[in-house]
Design a protein around this ligand. Structure first.
Ligand code: BGC
Length: 341
């Protein structure tokens, strides 16, 4: 019923971008033209539905956020979701209905604000630790998610899995991408799908992948370099990174340019759009340098033809101050060039 409602309300919001034929044959491996990505400027709504329960990490998504984000000039929100905390542990691995209803509401708010929405499977820690039975559980989750949203237009984008690592080797990531894509395609032949990337979505994960070439698929990587700058003061990293670390030498600017040029060059033969799905510096980093780093990463992504998604919106890695309930001007300007407003 709820899905029906979503279909009726949101189906009309479907956009029709050109389909591009890609195949896995040798010719495609040397493709030079890359289909246009549906995403341009995106922001992650982190710390909300990625927590075991929304609100536990200090942020609950509100409809007003969506309008504010759209008004600022972003076209897409990425919503990290910890489905694994709301899915049964035994077959048929049913997703909790009230949790799904909450996702419906968040999606509706975003689409009504004229934003595109990326939903993913985030923080599936058990899968990284143990493939059996968690690969099957992941497939069951995607069967349910794809079916539930099958009538929602293609402004809803799926992302297979966030930052796989450990037991999710490069080969496993390729297998899972292909299997999940096949399942989504059963009900949504036209939906854009972003592939997972191994080794925590590090560029190395891209280089080691053999992505299955299919229409409307997107490659993705995350960028937090240098980590000791972007994660200073973080409490969740393996080792602590002390605060007070600077960024901004000419060599550091050049490193980002070199890293992104390498991603572009190495992945060009696949002919798929590339999405920088996460980049950001944690709030304790010096404010001016944080904004400069953000602006340089964003501009370098654009210069290489990557769409991007800043991590995050509020409550840590802030662009919108939780305390002041206002945009942080230098951070917003680092992402959305003022003349665009
Ligand atoms: C994680 C977040 C974390 C961020 C920066 C994301 O992939 O899901 O929990 O805050 O990376 O470390």
């Amino acid at each position: 019923m709820r899905c029906m409602f979503l279909a009726i309300v949101l189906g009309v919001l479907s956009c029709s971008s050109e389909k591009t034929a890609v195949s896995n044959d040798a010719a495609a491996q040397t493709a030079t033209t890359v289909p246009a990505s549906p995403i341009e400027r995106c922001i992650n709504l982190g710390s909300a539905l990625e927590a075991p329960n929304e609100g536990e990490w200090g942020y609950t998504i509100r409809a007003v956020d969506m309008q504010r984000i759209a008004d600022a000039g972003f076209d897409t929100v990425r919503i990290p979701i910890k489905w694994s905390a709301h899915t049964e542990n035994v077959p048929p691995y049913t997703i909790d209905r009230s949790f799904m209803a909450r996702i419906d509401d968040v999606l509706t708010a975003a689409l009504m604000a004229d934003l595109q929405v990326i939903i993913n499977v985030h923080h599936y820690d058990e899968l990284n630790a143990k493939l059996t039975p968690h690969k099957e559980r992941l497939y069951a989750m995607w069967d349910q998610i794809a079916y539930h949203y099958q009538d929602v237009g293609d402004r809803l984008i799926f992302e297979v899995l966030n930052e796989p690592h450990s037991k999710m080797t490069f080969e496993e990531v390729d297998t899972v991408n292909r299997r999940v894509l096949d399942r989504i395609r059963q009900v949504s032949p036209d939906r854009w799908v972003i592939y997972a990337t191994g080794q925590w979505a590090n560029p190395i994960g891209l280089y080691k992948s053999k992505p299955y070439l299919a229409p409307r698929t997107i490659l993705s990587f995350h960028y937090y370099g240098p980590f000791e700058f972007t994660h200073q003061g973080a409490t969740w990293t393996e080792k602590p990174y002390p605060i007070g670390v600077s960024w901004g030498t000419p060599e550091q600017y050049a490193t980002i340019e070199k890293d992104f040029a390498t991603v572009r060059a190495k992945m060009a033969p696949y002919g798929l759009p590339i999405f920088l799905g996460e980049f950001g510096a944690y709030d304790p980093a010096p404010a001016f340098e944080r904004a400069k780093w953000t602006e340089h990463v964003r501009k370098t992504a654009e210069a290489n033809g990557f769409s991007w998604c800043h991590w995050s919106y509020t409550s840590g890695f802030e662009v919108f101050s939780k305390k002041d309930q206002a945009w942080i001007p230098e951070m917003k300007d680092a992402l959305i060039t003022p003349f665009r407003r």
